[in-house]
Design a protein. Structure first.
Length: 283
């Protein structure tokens, strides 16, 4: 099997370029395995635990010189969720100063921010240092979650609802046009955003929308999944995809950006468990 079958991996940090005359949609890449793997929806693309080590690589093949990337040619720093007690005193003070007005805002009322016991964590995204990003969570009932962005230089507080009592407010926050618009506003106003890594900027969006895009080694608690991938077009537009393996069920994220780094579309797919048997295996 290994000698006859050609295999291609979605190597973390790899860049694929669509050639002139070929459809601008992403090309299909297969990574077959002999162990339990994952498949996105009904897609024929399967991944397995044999990809675990290479999934953490952070080298990036240089993009063709004719293409100007909207972000840095490195994956960038991983996004972290920082507990309140580990935040700086200045960040905790800024969060406390906004809570009263947040509770009285229309979105705060809708999320019932003045009811129950809420806790928060900082979304530590190096791509957006001019904003304090906080994820508020309430465990009562079926659980409620929303994210807040606070401009350190002042201005209105943006609230991104993720779920209330276990359900999305309208459509999933990740695919909501308002979430995308708010993110694009922050990126446009952030002077150093163009220096952010392509994977970092995508994971930052996912965290704002309620995801947990952690880059952790696969193990008993976190199975291996598809590797992060960047696909570029000749126009400079790009698509980033990565797996959120700690989600239940695990999710595949796909984010499409234009040549200027504006986020255009976000899609999520469930990753389903798949058993792939080796050819010639005895029954």
């Amino acid at each position: 099997m290994h000698g006859d079958m050609k295999q291609q991996s979605w190597a973390a940090g790899s860049v694929s370029r669509t050639e002139k005359g070929i459809s601008m949609k992403r090309s299909t890449v297969f990574s077959l395995c002999l162990m339990a793997g994952w498949v996105a929806g009904s897609s024929p693309v399967a991944w397995g635990q044999t990809e675990a080590k290479s999934a953490l690589r952070e080298q990036l093949t240089a993009a063709p010189s004719s293409i100007q990337m909207p972000f840095a040619q490195t994956p960038g720093r991983a996004v972290r969720l920082v507990p309140a007690e580990q935040m700086t005193e200045a960040d905790r003070a800024l969060a406390a100063a906004q809570e009263a007005s947040l509770a009285q805002s229309p979105m705060g009322v809708l999320m019932e921010f003045d009811q129950g016991a809420w806790s928060y964590r900082k979304v530590d995204c190096a791509a957006l240092p001019d904003y304090l990003l906080l994820r508020y969570e309430r465990a009562e009932g079926l659980g409620s979650v929303f994210t807040v962005s606070i401009a350190r230089t002042g201005g209105p507080v943006k609230v991104i609802p993720v779920k209330r009592n276990g359900r999305p407010m309208h459509k999933p926050a990740a695919e909501n046009a308002q979430t995308i618009a708010d993110f694009n506003t922050m990126v446009a106003q952030e002077k150093g955003a163009s220096q952010a890594g392509w994977l970092e900027i995508a994971e930052c969006y996912a965290a704002l929308a309620g995801g947990n895009p952690t880059r952790v080694p696969a193990g008993p608690a976190v199975p291996a999944g598809p590797q992060a991938k960047l696909v570029m077009e000749d126009t400079g537009a790009m698509t980033v995809q990565f797996a959120e393996m700690e989600a239940v069920p695990p999710m595949l994220w796909r984010l499409s950006f234009d040549a200027h780094g504006k986020l255009l579309k976000v899609a999520q797919e469930r990753l389903l468990a798949l058993k792939v048997e080796p050819f010639g295996a005895s029954k």
